[in-house]
Each structure stands twice: as structure tokens, then as C-alpha cells.
Design a protein around this ligand. Sequence first.
Ligand SMILES: [Zn+2]
Length: 259
Amino acid sequence: MPFQLIKTKPAARKLRGYAFDPSLSIQLDTSTLNNLTYKVAWERLQPGPVGEYIEVVDWDPSSKCLYKPVDLDDPFLLAQDGLQPSESNPQFHQQMVYAVAMTTIRNFEKALGRTISWSPNRKSDGFSADYVPRLRIYPHALREANAYYSPIKKSVLFGYFSAAPDSSALLMPGGTVYTCLSHDIVAHEVTHALLDGMHRRYVEATHPDSLAFHEAFADIVALFQHFTFQGVLEQQIAKTRGELATQNLLGAMVVYVMP
Ligand SMILES: [Zn+2]
């Protein structure tokens, strides 16, 4: 009987990235746990990456530069779990935002038991709306210490800026900080977009607490995702000897040292 080759679609795509942000990779006690391989749902990707949910557009208006989009379906990258983490490689930045955004989307879909949808574009008549297939992500959209979700553009925009660290051991003073390389910032901003897709009026400041709810919810999702990283969880439980009420990385929002 002839041997039959059965090709099945892989369940996941593995992509290397930071569990927190690049500053933890240069500290001895956190450098190992900060290397994480994200497992995101398998899908065919166009260079960008552009997939079913997300379109990464790497246009930097301050530098008037369109960075070459990463092709994660390239056989060499597929065989090596994507590009290796690097602060200086814009294509890795594209990979990092894609990996964290898809992880956040999948966690929402697991919790909801259904597929998510982005907030539609409302037409001027106030009743009808256009379907938005993909959220756009701009890894280098602003030259400032900021990142935000734009409900009008249906986009998430990340900034970058010069570092002014408290400790020169953490970052080179004058080095560049990329908000798109922070797991917590990417998860936080994508959560704003996901929440907007579920409750479209929550972005309207009808009450002082409505925008505060958006912010708190986005922070909580970023924090809870720390608990899904098995290596981080094991290391932090061991380090705190199981007393998670003590200071640890699981309950901390890790963002670069802001100026
Ligand atoms: Zn926010």
C-alpha cells in the first residue's frame, strides 16, 4: 500500500518576542524569563504582517519612512519562530505588535466563546455603518512618549522617544524607547480597540467614570496576560516563595522608564 502523506494545518505559529519589554533583557535576574515564544493562531499572512484581524502598517511620518514589511510566511522565518528580538530591527517591531495583538484577541475570543469584531465605521446618517475587517497597527506612528487607540481611524498608534532613565544600567541615556516593544502597552491599546468593538458608546465621555473604565479594563487585561506566560509564572512564584502579595512582575505594569 503506497505511503500517504497527510498534511494538516498547524494549530499555532510560534513567534519570538519579549514577555515584558527590552529593559528586562539586560537585567540578570529577568533576562531569561523575558524571552518568550508567543503561540498565535495559525493563519496565512501577507507581508506586514497582514492577516484576518490585523494589518500592520509601518509608516513613520516623522522620518517620512515606510519600513519594509516583515514576511512571517518566509520559510526561513517560519523555521526559526520569526525574527530574534532586537530593539534596532523595525521588522522585529512589526512581529512583536502582531504577536501580542493576536494573543490578546485570542484571549478575548476564548473568554467570550465567539469571534470578536472591530467597531464599525459609522456613516454620517447616524444609522448605518461600514464593517471594519482589520485593525490597523502603526508601530512607529509618533515621535513622542505616547501610544493610543484611535476610534475614528480604527487604528492603534505607537510612539517612540529618547530615553532618560533613572538608572543608566537599565537604558543608555539618549537611547530610543519604542512603546511598540512593551507587551503591556500593546495589550493595553489593543484592549481599547476590542472593548470599543463590544461596547461602542464606552469611548464617549458621558460620565467621568466611562473613560476611566476603559483605562482600568485595558490595564487589567495586560496584567492578567502575565499569568498566561508559564515560564514567567513559575519563576515569579519561586522567587516570591508563593506569596504573590509581595512585589513581583506578575502584578506590575512594566513600562520603560519614562522621562
Ligand atoms: Zn489607555
